[in-house]
Design a protein around this ligand. Structure first.
Ligand code: PLP
Length: 400
C-alpha cells in the first residue's frame, strides 16, 4: 500500500497542474488547444550563454562544485547584486541553487516548523503556500485589493502578525498580477517589520528585469540596510535570460540563514549543475542586450493583450507593470450559462469551459489564492496570443 508522508498530506496536485494535464490529454486526442498559460519564455537562451556552457563542457567543468556554487558563479552573483541593487554581499552571504524554487524551499526547510506562520499576500505564486504547508507550517493568506494595485498594505500586515509569525514573503514584480512594489510601498511594510524582530522577510525578485514602467526597481535589503540581517533576497536567471531549464537560482542573505540553507543543500541537491553555473555566470556578467530585446518583445505582447481585452466588456484587468502575466477578473461572467448548459460557478468551471469548449488554456486564479481571476501568460508567440485572446472573447460572448 502506498502511503504518502505527512509532508504531502495537505499538498495535492494544484489546479494549475490539473489544467496542464488536461491540456496535454486534449492535445493528445487531437484537439487544437492554444496555450497562453505557461510562464516559460519562448525565446532561446542568448548565444553568449550557450557558448559559455559549451566552453565549460569542453574545459572539463563537469564535476561537483562547492555546494553553494562555484567561485565564478558566486562572483557573478556578487557583481550583479552590487551593480544592479547596490547590495554588497560577501561570498558567505550568497548561495546558488537548483532554481530559485530550491532556495525558497531550502530557506523554509531550514527555518520553519509546525505552528509557525508565514504571511503570504494574495494573489501569490502557487508554490509558496504549498512549500509552507509541506513544512507543516501555516500559510497566512492576506488578500490584497485591485484598488491598491494588489500591493500589501502596512496596516493589514500589522494586524496579521502574531508571536508565531516567522516570515513575510513578497514577490515583486508579482506572478500573477504584474504588480511592482515601489520604494513608497516597501517603506511602511519595513517599518512594521522593524517593530517585530521575530519576523524575517523573504523577497522574490525573479522578474526584476521584466518591468515596463520607467521606475527604478527596488529591493528591500537596499532600502533598509539596518534590517538586512533578516532579509533574504531571492533571484534567478530563469525568466530574464530565458533559462528556465538550466535550473539556476541565487540569493543573498544573512550568514546564519545561508549556513542553514547550505546544510539543506548538502543533504538534498548538493551543488546545482556545473555547466549551468558557467552559463549563469556568463548571463550575469556578459552583455545584457538579449534581456533588453526580450523585454521589448514582452512589452509589445502586453499591448496586444491589453487591446484584445478591451473588447471583452465583462472582463476587468489592470495593465501589468512587470512580468509576462495578466491577471483577469472574470466575475462579470459568474453564474452565466455556457452554450452546453453548464453554469459557471467558480474559476475552475470557467477555465474548464475555456479549455474544453473554446480550446484555450488559462490558469484559474484559485491557484494563486484569488478565485475571482484567471491568469494568462504572454511568454508565448504573438500568433498564439492573438488566437488565444480570440477564443477567450468568443467564449465569453457565447455565455448567457
Ligand atoms: N518565483 C516566481 C515568482 C516564479 O514565478 C518562479 C517560476 O515560475 C520561480 C520563483 C522559480 O524560478 P526557478 O525557475 O528559478 O526555480
Amino acid at each position: 500500500i502506498f502511503k504518502p508522508s505527512r509532508a504531502l498530506s495537505k499538498v495535492g496536485p494544484s489546479a494549475i497542474s490539473r489544467m496542464m494535464a488536461t491540456t496535454v490529454d486534449l492535445q493528445r486526442q487531437g484537439r487544437n488547444i492554444v496555450g497562453p498559460h505557461v510562464g516559460k519564455p519562448d525565446f532561446d537562451t542568448p548565444e553568449n550563454v550557450i557558448e559559455a556552457a559549451i566552453r565549460a563542457m569542453r574545459a572539463g567543468e563537469t564535476h561537483y562544485t562547492a555546494l553553494d556554487g562555484s567561485p565564478a558563479v558566486k562572483a557573478a552573483v556578487q557583481g550583479k547584486f552590487a551593480r544592479e541593487n547596490g547590495l554588497d554581499f560577501t561570498p558567505d552571504e550568497i548561495v546558488v541553487t537548483t532554481g530559485a524554487k530550491m532556495l525558497l524551499f531550502s530557506a523554509f526547510f531550514a527555518t520553519v516548523q509546525p505552528g509557525d506562520e508565514v504571511i503570504l499576500p494574495a494573489p501569490y505564486w502557487v508554490s509558496y503556500s504549498d512549500i509552507v504547508e509541506m513544512m507543516g507550517a501555516k500559510p497566512i493568506i492576506l488578500p490584497t485589493r485591485a484598488e491598491d494595485g494588489f500591493r500589501l498594505q502596512a496596516d493589514d500586515l500589522e494586524r496579521a502578525i502574531t508571536p508565531n509569525t516567522r516570515w513575510l514573503l513578497i514577490n515583486s514584480p508579482s506572478n500573477p498580477t504584474g504588480a511592482i512594489y515601489r520604494k513608497e510601498d516597501y517603506g511602511p511594510i519595513l517599518e512594521v517589520l522593524e517593530r517585530h524582530p521575530q519576523v524575517w522577510f523573504m523577497v522574490d525578485d525573479m522578474y526584476e528585469h521584466l518591468i515596463y514602467k520607467d521606475e527604478p526597481f527596488v529591493t528591500p535589503a537596499q532600502l533598509r540596510p539596518d534590517l538586512r540581517n533578516r532579509i533574504l533576497t531571492v533571484n534567478g536567471v530563469s525568466k530574464a535570460y530565458a533559462m528556465t531549464g538550466r535550473r539556476i537560482g541565487y540569493g543573498g542573505g544573512p550568514v546564519p540563514l545561508m549556513k542553514a540553507v547550505r546544510v539543506v543543500l548538502s543533504q538534498s541537491t548538493s551543488c546545482t549543475c556545473s555547466i549551468a553555473q558557467a552559463a549563469a555566470a556568463e548571463a550575469l556578467n556578459g552583455p545584457q542586450d538579449a534581456v533588453r530585446r526580450y523585454r521589448g518583445e514582452y512589452r509589445k505582447r502586453r499591448e496586444l493583450i491589453m487591446d484584445e481585452l478591451s473588447t471583452a466588456p465583462k472582463l476587468a484587468y489592470n495593465s501589468p507593470d512587470g512580468t509576462f502575466y495578466s491577471f483577469i477578473d472574470w466575475r462579470g461572467y459568474a453564474g452565466k450559462k455556457t452554450p452546453a448548459g453548464r453554469i459557471l460557478t467558480d474559476d475552475e468551471a470557467l477555465c474548464d469551459y475555456l479549455l474544453r469548449d473554446c480550446g484555450v488554456a488559462v490558469i484559474p486564479g484559485s491557484s494563486f489564492g484569488s478565485p475571482g481571476y484567471f491568469r494568462i501568460s504572454f511568454a508565448s508567440a504573438e500568433s498564439v496570443l492573438r488566437e488565444g485572446m480570440l477564443r477567450i472573447r468568443t467564449g465569453c460572448t457565447a455565455l448567457s
